[in-house]
Write a protein that binds this ligand. Structure first.
Ligand code: ADP
Ligand code: MG
Length: 630
């Protein structure tokens, strides 16, 4: 396989996958530019109207237009759910008009008719649309992208973003923090003597402030390094919150005078939210405006002035300034020492925001670029650097290859994904696969491939002398910590007993650029096959457990079930066991889809069995209990 990096026919685009709006940009010799859709629009609303399984989803402007009519099917702010469990996002869920439910592993998902959609799938709808826009605009296929995320995104959220790219047919060659992208867009650091920059990003869903230092390259005169000195922010603070606060204020006002109006229907709430946002945007230019909502019970038209808006917005803006103060302190600088304050995000068009930022940093902020576009433009610049077209900029704050642990069956669980910014910290829970297992061996690996045998082994260590417990019961929490020097520490603790073990490894930053490139290329070339094999291995492990439990339950309550049901269940069980055997002998020949279908069929069929088995054990039969017996 040839090195795809050098071919101009395989462009890398830059994508700002926003909570509210998403954009795609490309950087060539003429510099970065936003790519436009057929109608010349730059912003793609990050909104999807789901089709309930019957029709395809509608994405972007069309979906946004229907939001007021069809709020329960119209998904917005999905970025807030990316890589989160339902527990993590309880607070948001109450505000979202569409149904959010627990999906696999408790992940927050969206119910779409009878189907469940993961946030990754929904984000992939936007990414696929952006990819289309880019392909049409550039006139060639697009397979690779640099995608930005808030600096506060943790590992799970970053990984979810990568997975969304994969679902959209895009290899995410790098995840870049939004503030870093913004400073790249301004070309800060090029032909300058270095300096300190504050990036203030107030979007729809998140607020971030980062203090960056640009250092001239030590040897090569024109090579600049972007160093993140400090970041602060709030993943629950943005224009959406302001819309909600305006809506609440209007509701309070109307409720006093008009008893027939109650903003408690989903439709009314959604329309009021949209009207509040429109009024807010109007007030960035005008001194007063109308909040207008059409409802079945009548029409609402309330005057809102800029002074009133500012009274509502002031506490939110004050919170952002508090974060600015903290990040300056963390960076060890006085606010007035920053050489530039860059404004990013649609909400920085609000005059109050500009005034407060100017006052805090003691200088007029940078606003030459459209605050909506800055991040995507910077992502495109970073893409050009990766493509080798811009050798004058370099980002040095990332983990070059993914770090992970071997899982049952020879798969790899990536904890710290490639290009995570350092210092990086990630935790994950594991358990045992065998009843009564006393020792757990942990194998730390590095690389992009899905199978341990294809990755580089860094270290192994053991958690020893656990008390015997049934498989799946021990809670082994593993923490990866990459410190600022690139040293990886791995610690594992069994939560119940407190038994712990740890190891220090120096990840191979000693790898040559060539080796890193080769590993990347291989992972690209093998990605599809790796994914299939990984799936087969996952299926093998999980289906074996399903078969074990089903077999045990069947053994206990067989005589309480109709013979025909037992026969069909046994047939499905045999089919799953056949696949497990096959996959144990040889991963390569197994049809993952057929295996998955057989496992699903068994699990559907065994639902009744498990109900009967549970009812039986509740009746107090002295069986071996819920866990598998020794
Ligand atoms: P995100 O990064 O979260 O996708 P954006 O940077 O696109 O968000 O900003 C979207 C937010 O900016 C929305 O809350 C929107 O209402 C707000 N916004 C856009 N234009 C203006 C404006 N002129 N005045 C005030 N707020 C605005
Ligand atoms: Mg943004």
């Amino acid at each position: 396989m040839t090195d795809r990096r050098s071919t101009a026919d395989d462009p890398i685009v830059g994508i700002d996958l926003g909570t509210t709006n998403s954009l795609v940009a490309y950087c060539d010799e003429a510099g970065p530019r936003i790519l436009r859709d057929e109608s010349g629009r730059t912003l793609l609303p990050s909104i999807a109207r789901l089709g309930g399984g019957a029709e395809p989803a509608v994405v972007g402007h069309l979906a946004r237009e229907s939001a007021g009519r069809d709020p329960e099917r119209t998904v917005h702010s999905i970025k807030r759910l990316m890589g989160r469990s339902l527990e993590d996002v309880r607070r948001e869920v109450d505000r979202l008009p569409y149904p959010v439910v627990a999906g696999p592993r408790g992940l927050a998902c969206v119910r779409d008719g009878t189907a469940i959609r993961t946030p990754q799938e929904i984000s992939a709808l936007y990414l696929r649309r952006l990819r289309e826009i880019a392909e049409r605009s550039l006139g060639r296929p697009v397979h690779r992208a640099v995608v930005t995320v808030p600096a506060y995104f943790d590992d799970a959220q970053r990984q979810a973003t990568r997975d969304a790219g994969r679902l959209a047919g895009l290899e995410v060659v790098r995840i870049v923090n939004e503030p870093t992208a913004a400073s790249l867009a301004y070309g800060l650091g090029r032909a300058s003597a270095g300096g300190t920059i504050a990036v203030y990003d107030l979007g729809g869903g998140t607020f971030d402030v980062s203090i960056l230092r640009i250092v001239e390259g030590a040897t090569d005169g024109d090579e600049a390094i972007f160093q993140v000195l400090a970041t602060a922010g709030d993943t629950h603070l943005g224009g959406d919150d302001l819309d909600a606060a305006i809506a609440a204020a209007i509701t309070a006002r109307i409720d006093r005078g008009r008893a027939e109006f109650h903003a408690d229907s989903i439709l009314a709430r959604q329309r009021l939210r949209l009207a509040s946002e429109a009024a807010k945007i109007a007030l960035s230019a005008a001194e007063s405006t109308l909040v207008e909502v059409d409802l079945p019970s009548g029409r609402i038209a309330e005057v809102l002035t800029r002074a009133e808006l500012e009274a509502i917005a002031r506490p939110l803006v004050a919170r952002t300034i508090e974060h600015c103060r903290r990040s300056a302190r963390d960076a060890g600088i006085e606010p007035r020492e920053v050489d530039a304050a860059v404004l990013v995000g649609g909400s920085t068009r609000i005059p109050l925001v500009r005034r407060e930022v100017e006052q805090f940093f003691g200088r007029a902020p940078y606003v030459a670029l459209d605050p909506d576009e800055v991040v995507a433009l910077g992502a495109a610049v970073q893409a050009a650097v990766i493509a080798g077209r811009r050798a004058d900029l370099l980002l040095l704050d990332v983990v070059p290859l993914s770090l992970g642990l071997e899982t049952a069956g020879g798969g790899v669980a990536k904890l710290v994904v490639r290009n995570s910014t350092i210092p990086a910290r990630a935790t994950e829970q594991f358990s045992t696969q065998v009843d009564g297992q006393r020792h757990v061996r942990l194998h730390v690996v590095q690389g992009e491939r899905e199978l341990v045998s294809d990755c580089r082994s860094l270290a192994t260590f053991e958690l020893r002398d656990l008390p015997p417990m049934p498989a799946g019961i021990p809670r082994i929490e593993v923490e990866f910590l990459v410190d600022a020097n690139g040293v990886l520490g791995v610690a594992a603790v069994e939560a119940r007993t407190g038994i712990r073990a740890a190891v220090q490894v120096v990840p191979s930053y000693g790898l040559t650029a060539e080796e890193v490139a080769r590993i990347e290329r291989e992972s690209l070339a093998h990605a599809r096959e790796d994914m299939r094999r990984h799936r087969v291995i996952d299926l093998r492990v999980n289906a074996a457990l399903d078969a074990k439990w089903t077999g045990e339950a069947l053994g206990r309550v067989r005589d309480r079930l109709e013979p025909a049901y037992v026969a069909s269940l046994e047939e499905r069980l045999a089919e799953v066991r056949r696949f497990v055997d096959l996959a144990t002998r040889e991963v390569d020949g197994v049809d993952a889809d057929a295996f998955g279908a057989a496992r699903d069929a068994l699990n559907r069929a065994s639902m009744r069995l498990h109900e009967v088995a549970i009812a039986e054990s509740l009746r107090g039969s002295p069986g071996p209990g819920p866990g598998p017996g020794a």
